[in-house]
Design a protein around this ligand. Structure first.
Ligand SMILES: Cc1cc2nc3c(=O)[nH]c(=O)nc-3n(C[C@H](O)[C@H](O)[C@H](O)COP(=O)(O)O)c2cc1C
Length: 203
């Protein structure tokens, strides 16, 4: 008999993640959707950086970035389509950890997210060769001016910029407990798309 109840209750880990994020949106000072995205490089050396989680879909998590960036290289080539992330909310004292396989979202969904961004952000996506060396801030601003002049007021999504969809094999929900006796539940993807095994873990 499982004692999984309260904030951990339910049959759908994505619904739990959405509910926790909705709570965090009310309590976090900023960026409640920030995730620390972990990858490994060609030498197996881990790398990690923050990105913003933009969509929690029925069965996946989506963020957006530059496909020429270090993270993209690590996800797509070095780690052969694998990544992990953690999100932590200090205000709630909770974290969610996710490990999974990653594929591009570069279709209409990416177009519509790109179109929803401010013009300056859309121009910035064109102007930045993310993760490449940059001689000066002036050089970046010159690129921004060039893109503004050439791409007009409604730039299309750059072909080198779009989403990545993380399809989890594991999702762990963690909540702070008294005297470091925290609650942890790991959801492990079983056979079939919707089959999950849920295991309570020692803190
Ligand atoms: C709170 C926060 C949110 C960020 N969100 C994104 C994002 O959504 N996409 C992105 O490409 N970079 C984002 N960044 C910048 C990344 O942390 C990182 O500097 C950049 O993506 C280059 O990483 P890479 O060289 O490992 O590819 C964010 C940084 C912070 C601190």
């Amino acid at each position: 008999m499982s004692d999984r109840d309260g904030i951990f209750a339910g049959d759908d880990p994505f619904a739990i993640a959405r509910a926790w994020l909705a709570e965090a949106e009310k309590t976090e000072a900023n960026d409640p959707n920030a995730i620390a995205l972990a990858t490994v490089d060609a030498n197996g050396l881990p790398n990690v950086r923050m990105v913003l989680l933009k969509e929690i879909e029925p069965a996946a998590f989506v963020f957006y970035t530059n496909y020429g960036s270090a993270k993209a290289q690590e996800i797509e080539k070095d780690a052969e389509g694998k990544a992990a992330f953690v999100m932590h909310w200090k205000s709630l004292r909770r974290q969610i950890r996710v490990r999974g396989t990653v594929t591009r979202e570069e279709g209409p969904q990416a177009d519509s997210y790109y179109a929803s961004r401010s013009l300056k952000s859309r121009v910035g996506a064109w102007a930045s060769r993310q993760s490449q060396p940059l001689s000066s801030r002036g050089a970046l601003m010159a690129e921004v001016a060039k893109v503004t002049a050439t791409h007009g007021p409604n730039p299309s999504r750059p072909p080198f910029w779009g989403g990545f969809r993380i399809d989890p094999v594991e999702i762990e929900f963690w909540a702070d407990g008294p005297f470091r006796l925290h609650d942890r539940y790991r959801w492990v993807r079983g056979e079939g798309k919707n089959g999950w095994q849920v295991i309570r873990l020692n803190p």
